[in-house]
Design a protein around this ligand. Structure first.
Ligand SMILES: Cc1cc2nc3c(=O)[nH]c(=O)nc-3n(C[C@H](O)[C@H](O)[C@H](O)COP(=O)(O)OP(=O)(O)OC[C@H]3O[C@@H](n4cnc5c(N)ncnc54)[C@H](O)[C@@H]3O)c2cc1C
Length: 423
């Protein structure tokens, strides 16, 4: 848990703002996932805003205000400004890298640790903060070596420190948008125009949450509607009703975490139970928690509210019966779609669901205009572009687990060495 008790901790970062502020949520989410201790101070009156945040009132455009441990005051800051103040924003230091990794989740971080520790000039590019999906969960209990579990943010920051210790460069808030392949080199383009030249690449861009697809969903995002387990929000749900949508392990974990704070947690699932989709140890805990209720055959069909989510409509998908319930806390854990928007233009083969196809599976997906181009067979994690590897959840047929993502990140580096040795 990153949010701190102001009584017991020395000068954490302080964030002051109003309930429902999307920017305040983005900052909380960023600080939580980055494992930066912070105190959230919710302002509920003009007097409080004047007294605590030193602004004119609740509607003052300078909110939210972020005060860093060294006393720096940032008014209505961007995440980039915060990252710069923390000293985490950097430009690439080299013109060329042996290895560039796209995505800073478990797979990408693992590739960075192994690449850099094995002497490759390594850069990792991450569009948000390190940790990926794993960074959004309060407790990973099945990761080897952590019998009491480990928070995703903690695991991610340890991996980041480890990669940096070995000399990997980590570029945060940078999004890879395009790739080109030249003889012996790959060129990646970032959204801000930066060009990264590499001899080999690992794509570890994972998946991103599915949307419900309802009107107002974007409007309420960060203001009552959240994607993922909402670790930064859990302690703000004390004595409130929380709705978690989804029937997978991530939804189960989220429900259990919210049960520590909320009055009641409702798990909304389309099917008739959790048995097929949730691990037994989580089912046992969900069943034994008096605070969690599983609403089967139920779907969220409407989001209601003015500036913030106030209520949702639940529809029974068997009887079509509808009911509207009040809540300001809707967490969507709906599984993901792979982050491979750039792959088509780059000529990289994907499967029907847009996952990157690698190694022996390529044969099945080859088309006249998209084929493996070399005489040698592709390495196990190699995509249809020689020298570009895929690791973790973004890969066709991958096991969606931290341990396997970490394993594939390490494996990909072994294949990078083989590829570079043959160049
Ligand atoms: C709530 C939750 C709980 C979970 N709990 C467990 C658990 O207990 N045990 C377990 O084993 N697994 C768990 N999982 C699954 C596990 O987290 C994933 O399998 C794992 O994170 C996959 O790692 P990855 O590196 O392949 O991808 P991801 O974690 O998805 O990371 C991909 C990264 O790439 C970045 N990215 C995407 N596109 C770009 C781009 N164009 N440019 C730059 N960066 C980009 C993303 O921002 C992200 O940081 C959980 C997942 C969730 C969502």
């Amino acid at each position: 848990m990153t949010q701190v008790d102001a009584q017991t901790s020395e000068r954490p970062t302080r964030l002051m703002g109003t309930r429902g502020s999307q920017l305040a949520y983005a900052i909380r989410d960023f600080l939580q996932r980055s494992d930066v201790p912070f105190e959230w101070i919710e302002l509920s009156s003009d007097d409080e805003a004047r007294e605590k945040a030193k602004v004119g009132g609740l509607r003052d455009g300078r909110l939210p205000v972020c005060v860093l441990p060294d006393g720096t005051r940032l008014e209505c800051p961007t995440i980039r400004q915060i990252i710069e103040k923390l000293g985490w924003f950097r430009d690439p230091s080299r013109k060329e890298y042996d290895l560039a990794i796209l995505g800073g989740g478990p797979a990408g971080l693992s590739a960075a640790v192994y690449g850099a520790s094995e002497g490759l000039k390594t850069v990792l590019i991450e569009r948000w903060v390190v940790g990926g999906q794993a960074g959004t969960t309060s407790r990973i209990e099945n990761y080897l070596g952590f019998p009491d579990g480990v928070s995703g943010a903690d695991l991610a920051q340890r991996a980041r420190d480890q990669a940096c210790k070995f000399g990997a460069e980590i570029l945060l808030l940078r999004e890879g948008v395009r790739a080109e392949f030249q003889t012996g080199k790959l060129v990646g383009y970032l959204a801000d125009g930066t060009k990264i030249v590499m001899h080999a690449g690992v794509c570890a861009t994972g998946v991103e949450y599915r949307r419900l697809g309802l009107p107002s969903e974007e409007r309420f995002y960060g203001s009552g509607v959240y994607y993922g387990a909402g670790v930064s929000e859990a302690s703000l749900c004390v004595n409130e009703d929380v709705y978690v949508v989804g029937g997978g392990n991530s939804a189960g974990q989220a429900a259990l975490h919210f049960a520590n704070f909320a009055r009641k947690v409702f798990m909304v699932i389309r099917g008739d139970g959790l048995k097929e989709t949730v691990s037994q140890y989580l089912i046992d805990r969900i069943k034994s928690s008096p605070k969690i209720e599983v609403l089967t055959h139920t779907e969220v069909t409407e989001l209601l509210g003015d500036s913030m989510l106030e209520a949702i409509t639940l529809t029974n998908n068997q009887s079509a019966e509808k009911r509207t319930v009040k809540t300001t806390n809707l967490f969507l854990c709906l599984g993901g779609v792979p982050n491979t928007h750039w792959a088509d233009e780059a000529g990289v083969i994907c499967d029907e669901q847009r996952y990157l196809v690698t190694g022996p599976d390529l044969r099945q997906y080859e088309a006249p205009d998209k084929r493996w181009p070399l005489d040698r067979a592709p390495y196990y994690l190699e995509t249809s572009q020689p020298g570009l590897f895929a690791a973790g959840d973004v890969r066709h047929n991958s096991v969606k687990r931290c341990a396997s993502a970490v394993g594939e990140g390490a494996m990909a580096v072994t294949f990078v060495h083989r590829y570079l040795a043959n160049q």
